[in-house]
Ligand binder design. Structure first.
Ligand SMILES: *Cc1c(COP(=O)(O)O)cnc(C)c1O
Length: 369
């Protein structure tokens, strides 16, 4: 059996021969950034692909989270999830907001909507959930709570590029949603991201905030930051967008084979396909029950590594255990039993568009024994 490394992810790259003419054009026009032609074209193309009306490009997927909170003037406390990438909570810190962690649904890892109400105080101004692994949160329940208590909702949709529920973009829910186009994501612009909102006024404010707060040459209306995407990555993004449907189809095939291959392995659980959802197959997490499986998650992780198969313990450790947050009352492990259980049992198996059938078989065999 081949022993070549199987990495947890491998970036989707546009064809080099198509990228070079774009670069030549940029060199000729000498317009490198600040809402240039390629930036405008990519915003338009993404609005069409994602079926949304207002999208603003960013230089990564963290700054749209920070800017969304600033733009909506969120203060005080925000209810969020510890089961995410650390950037979700850092975005609150950068706005001087206190994160309030609530536990997650044990099946999906998404925020448990039934735990949100108990965490609301007079200082709560918003909810910041994450569509973990691209599986949609219970957007209906979250919306109902937000409406009842007058809270804003910002979805971290970094994993949910192209995801739809009942034919509707997941990005339509909440006041705003953010995307990451980091190299490890389903769709990438190397580094990059976007903020999706629902009105032209919001989009305009966001565009000011991502450019230092400049409204015109001599007017600054807010302490904005610089988070603009440049022309080169916008051009790269235009080309990669043409490849993303094929990439998702290939990932779907891998997910199907993983599910078939691992169906009857005692102590290994995975998340089933969700009805009425157009998924993007961004990750394939498995959850190891060490009693039933026979060895611990960490032992399986190491054994796979010895076979040159690189999984990732994602999300582990929980955000609530990191030093900036662990002294928060809501970070206490006994208040987050489900999140702790998932973090201690998860391994994301290799998942990317380039995986061969042989690679996928090797991963399945590696987990089975
Ligand atoms: C990747 C990711 C981010 C941050 O995106 P960057 O583009 O790396 O800044 C935020 N939240 C989640 C859930 C992510 O997975």
């Amino acid at each position: 059996m081949s022993d070549k490394p199987i990495m947890v992810t491998s970036p989707l790259l546009p064809p080099l021969e198509e990228f070079i003419p774009y670069l030549e054009d940029i060199w000729k026009k000498k317009r490198l950034t600040n809402n240039g032609e390629y930036h405008q074209r990519l915003e338009k193309a993404l609005c069409e692909y994602l079926d949304v009306l207002h999208l603003s490009l960013f230089t990564n997927g963290t700054l749209p989270l920070i800017t969304a909170l600033q733009s909506l003037r969120i203060t005080g406390e925000v209810i969020t999830t510890p089961y995410s990438f650390v950037a979700t909570t850092h975005a609150l810190w950068w706005n001087g907001i206190k994160p309030v962690f609530v536990d997650v649904d044990p099946l999906t890892g998404n925020i448990d909507p039934d735990k949100i109400e108990a965490a609301i105080t007079t200082k709560t101004s918003a909810i910041l959930p994450v569509h973990v692994y691209g599986n949609p949160c219970d957007v209906g329940k979250v919306m109902k709570i937000a409406d009842t208590y007058g809270l804003k909702v910002i979805y971290d949709a970094a994993h949910a590029f192209g995801v739809q529920i009942n034919g509707r973009s997941i990005l339509e829910y909440g006041d705003m949603s953010t995307l990451s186009f980091h190299a490890t994501k389903v769709y990438n612009t190397i580094e990059g991201g976007a903020l999706i909102c629902h009105s032209a006024e919001d989009k305009q404010r966001i565009d000011h905030l991502k450019n230092f707060g400049f409204v015109d040459e001599i007017t600054v209306v807010a302490p904005g930051i610089n988070s603009k995407m440049d022309e080169i990555r916008a051009a790269y993004g235009l080309l990669n967008l043409k490849k993303v449907d094929d990439a998702i189809a290939s990932r779907q095939g891998t997910a199907r084979r993983y599910r078939e291959g691992l169906r009857d392995v005692p102590g290994i659980r995975y998340i089933d396909e969700i009805e009425h959802v157009r998924h993007n197959y961004s990750y394939f997490p498995i959850f190891v029950d060490s009693n039933e499986y026979g060895i611990s998650r960490d032992d399986l992780y190491s054994r796979l590594k010895e076979k040159n198969i690189y999984g990732r313990r994602y999300f582990y450790p929980l955000i609530s255990t990191f030093s900036p947050y662990r002294s928060l009352e809501s970070a206490a492990p006994d208040k987050l039993p489900m999140a702790n259980k998932l973090a201690d049992s998860v391994i994301c198996l290799p998942m990317s568009a380039g995986l061969s059938d042989e690679d996928v078989e090797r991963v399945i065999e590696g987990v089975k024994r």
